[in-house]
Design a protein around this ligand. Structure first.
Ligand code: ADP
Ligand code: ADP
Length: 227
């Protein structure tokens, strides 16, 4: 489990008159599931870019007390996993998509992680781990592509997982079910989870809701989940 601490983090895009992220302070305790909400343009994606070290920031961002900017970017990304809004899925088998950037895993590990994200039966029906997923995951629905990307992230055991708009490409009614499965699967093993969403997330799914607006955190309150 990894502790994330941001203190007065500011990110400025070149040419912008105001910072996209403006003196944000945020703690993610090990094992905590936090949703980052806010309207489009609030700065959520920019904050995620800072967390995975795609952009430079001012202020302090530490992982277990170590300044992220003093760490190699790959070392940060090994700790903070990102399941992108447009999940990265490529035209090979389920197995190859899961193993991406990892040497090996047993079939039992692979099917175990697929079961956890609710893809086990789909994969079985299509003939198993060597079934194709199609070009850009074309044989998968949006929710399934997200599940596959999450399965890969779970297999890689990132201690901190960021789920960026996990329901963006899923119907609203389906969205809650997908989110419930994704968060439930990610919550196991004491991972720290940050769900980024421009739509409200059911409060019972999360420990805490943080709201952003105009680059600032405007609310940081308890969730309603009963442990
Ligand atoms: P959100 O994810 O909450 O919709 P963003 O972080 O995407 O918010 O946007 C915050 C601000 O940063 C906006 O003004 C947006 O135009 C700007 N911005 C986001 N990404 C970039 C980028 N790659 N280059 C320049 N400006 C950007
Ligand atoms: P880039 O080449 O643009 O920096 P990356 O190679 O870091 O991109 O990541 C490409 C995709 O691979 C990402 O969308 C992410 O989902 C996935 N990814 C990155 N690193 C890992 C990893 N260590 N394990 C599993 N998936 C990863």
């Amino acid at each position: 489990p990894v502790r994330v601490a941001l203190r007065d983090v500011t990110v400025r895009w070149p040419g912008a008159t105001t910072p996209a992220v403006d003196r944000v302070s945020l703690d993610l305790e090990p094992g905590e599931v936090v949703v980052l909400e806010g309207p489009s343009g609030a700065g959520k994606s920019t904050l995620v870019d800072a967390l995975v070290r795609f952009v430079e920031h001012e202020g302090s961002y530490t992982l277990d007390g170590v300044e992220a900017r003093t760490m190699h970017p790959d070392a940060v990304r090994a700790r903070v996993g990102l399941v992108e809004q447009d999940p990265f899925v490529f035209d090979q088998s389920v197995r190859q998509n899961l193993l991406f950037a990892r040497e090996t895993a047993t079939d039992a590990e692979l099917t175990g992680v697929l079961d956890r994200v609710g893809l086990g039966q789909w994969v079985e029906r299509r003939g198993g781990l060597d079934a194709p997923v199609g070009e850009r995951g074309g044989l998968l629905s949006g929710g399934q592509a997200h599940r596959l990307a999450l399965a890969r992230a779970l297999l890689h055991a990132f201690p901190v997982l960021v789920l960026d708009e996990p329901t963006a490409d899923v119907d609203a009614d389906l969205g809650d079910a997908v989110l419930r499965d994704l968060v439930g699967a990610a919550r196991q093993d004491g991972r720290t989870v940050l769900v980024v969403s421009h739509v409200p997330v059911p409060a019972d799914l999360v420990d805490r809701t943080v709201r952003m607006r105009d680059g600032r955190i405007v609310a940081d309150g308890a969730g309603h989940r009963t442990r």
